[in-house]
Design a protein. Structure first.
Length: 288
């Protein structure tokens, strides 16, 4: 697969057998494919994939066996596990839209999500129906130009619907999310929507969620994180994706880092090199 593009791109393998589109929505990414195809694996750590079948019956084959989805059904696929999508011989040609969910975007432990992996999941009511409808609509927009602020809001909506859908399915599971995990998810979603604000601070984040700054730090520390470290990592990852995107090749490095809340070029350059091993300009030259 090609690398991620931002904010939207249409790509294909050039062989006439598989065509796909990708849409970068900030917190999540969408890939739309027509089988036969291999479900793409995003470079994010622990990126779960939620596959939705449209058009006709879909067959997913992986290490755990074969999963058959009727149109409108979903299947959750484990991170980094290979999966091939094919058409059912008895039905019309399907298409599959894959929602890539990076680690931490859903407030559910991996061991709980594993209970749902590779199973047909109905999406005909509640959050599942809303998620399916929104994703199908967005997949039709993949070749268009979605402005970054709008893309971020739409990606946040998709992430929240995914979280609502999966947590509802797991409401009786022993590993269901705690109130603290759900609050942390809401806070991370808020951060994702405000990364372009250079004034984003722990005090502002805490006030937006009606908690103390001390409790905010406690929530992150309990998960092995710091507030500042999480904000910086998210900003750097968006900068990295933009620097690697051929669709933003005419954007200056300064415009890109300012877009994601780094007003100081020197601070950004040092942080980027510490995270990825090379200066941003060198990283862009290698990728492009």
């Amino acid at each position: 697969m090609h690398g991620a593009q931002s904010p939207a791109a249409r790509v294909g393998n050039g062989k006439g057998t598989c065509h796909w589109t990708e849409l970068d929505l900030g917190p999540v990414r969408l890939s739309q494919l027509r089988p036969p195809a291999v479900l793409p694996v995003r470079p994010w750590p622990r990126a779960w994939r939620l596959a939705l079948a449209f058009g006709g019956p879909l067959v997913l084959r992986g290490e755990r066996g074969t999963t058959r989805l009727r149109p409108g059904e979903l299947a959750l696929w484990e991170p980094s596990r290979p999966c091939r999508a094919g058409a059912d011989a008895d039905g019309p040609s399907p298409r599959v839209v894959v929602v890539h969910l990076p680690g931490g975007s859903v407030p559910v432990a991996d061991r709980a999500l594993e209970h749902l992996a590779s199973l047909p999941l109905p999406a005909d009511e509640g959050p599942g129906a809303l998620l399916s409808g929104l994703v199908e609509t967005l997949a039709g927009q993949a070749a268009g130009d979605v402005p970054p602020p709008q893309a971020m809001r739409l990606g946040t909506a998709v992430a929240q619907l995914c979280a609502a859908f999966l947590t509802d399915l797991l409401r009786d599971a022993p590993d269901r999310p705690s109130p603290g995990a759900a609050l942390l998810f809401d806070i991370k979603t808020y951060i994702d929507c405000h990364l372009n604000d250079p004034g984003l601070s722990p005090a502002g984040i805490a006030a937006a969620h009606h908690i103390s700054v001390r409790y905010l730090h406690h929530l992150f520390r309990r998960n092995g994180l710091t507030v500042g470290g999480h904000v910086r990592a998210q900003r750097l990852e968006h900068c990295r994706a933009d620097l690697a995107s051929p669709h933003l090749a005419d954007w200056s490095v300064g415009r890109i880092h300012a877009r994601w809340g780094f007003p100081d070029a020197a601070v950004f350059g040092r942080a980027f090199k510490a995270a990825y091993g090379v200066p941003p300009g060198e990283y862009r030259r290698r990728r492009l």
